[in-house]
Design a protein around this ligand. Structure first.
Ligand SMILES: Nc1ncnc2c1ncn2[C@@H]1O[C@H](COP(=O)(O)OP(=O)(O)OP(=O)(O)O)[C@@H](O)[C@H]1O
Length: 228
């Protein structure tokens, strides 16, 4: 589903470059639940942003569902981002001025679904996540755990094949964190959603089936694939 070939990311610095990711080659199969770990500044979020089409690599190739992402038109890439990918942020990134219902509905407006299709999809998600009673509240009226549930419901609205989550429990208490991780496990095991999370927590990583470790922008040796 996901294949990176020799992907690097750098930023200009003075007369040179600072490399954030170096020569990353990896594969993630459909249905996997993968955790990206490593010290602060090792490039985890940058890697996740590239995978989630929020940033572009400086070098190398990214194939998503066998499509070479950089060769797609801007329009196709945006469409891929909107329909195939759900992104969950540590700080939720909900729209403060919109209610819970409206936040979850937003990606469906972009996707161009009819009013009745949107209504039934949002109702299904509210019901599944037990937040029907909170549908008319604004994000500021919710706890962190509830906000993250809304963030995940929003990410799932378009029924993406993969969810990218950047420290999804980083702002939560341990009970709330456990609920969110159990939800991810269920989405992965029951619904077959591929999950790629960045986490600092070994406990969270145990919910997944594989760990990718980064250090100073390099993949740790256990994850380096030998070129054949
Ligand atoms: N736009 C940018 N310009 C220059 N350097 C950048 C830019 N974005 C990120 N970096 C640098 O890239 C490095 C990796 O950042 P990244 O956020 O991917 O690390 P991380 O492993 O997710 O860290 P943390 O665990 O602290 O969130 C950092 O040293 C950061 O300063």
């Amino acid at each position: 589903m996901i294949q990176l070939n020799n992907v690097s990311k750098y930023y200009p610095a003075g007369f040179g470059r600072v490399y954030v990711l170096r020569n990353i080659s990896l594969e993630i199969a459909q249905g996997e639940f993968v955790s990206i770990m490593g010290p602060s500044g090792s490039g985890k979020s940058t890697l996740l942003h590239i995978l989630g089409l929020l940033e572009e690599p400086s070098e190398g190739e990214y194939l998503l569902d066998d499509q070479p992402v950089q060769k797609l038109s801007e329009k196709k890439r945006t469409e891929l981002h909107r329909t195939q990918i759900g992104f969950v942020f540590q700080a939720y990134h909900l729209i403060d001025e919109l209610t819970v219902y409206e936040n979850i509905e937003t990606p469906l407006l972009y996707k161009g679904l009819s009013g009745s299709e949107r209504k039934s999809r949002v109702a299904e998600l509210l019901d599944r996540f037990n937040i029907v009673a909170r549908k008319d509240l604004f994000p500021s009226q919710l706890s962190g755990g509830q906000q993250q549930l809304v963030g995940i419901a929003r990410a799932l609205a378009t029924e993406p094949g993969v969810i990218f989550a950047d420290e999804p429990t980083g702002n939560l208490h341990s009970d709330q964190a456990r609920d969110i991780m159990e939800l991810f496990r269920e989405l992965n095991q029951k619904d077959g959603v591929t999950i790629v999370q960045v986490t600092h927590s070994e406990v969270n990583a145990e919910y997944g089936s594989r760990v990718i470790r980064l250090k100073d922008g390099w993949l740790e040796p256990s994850d380096v694939k030998l070129v054949q």
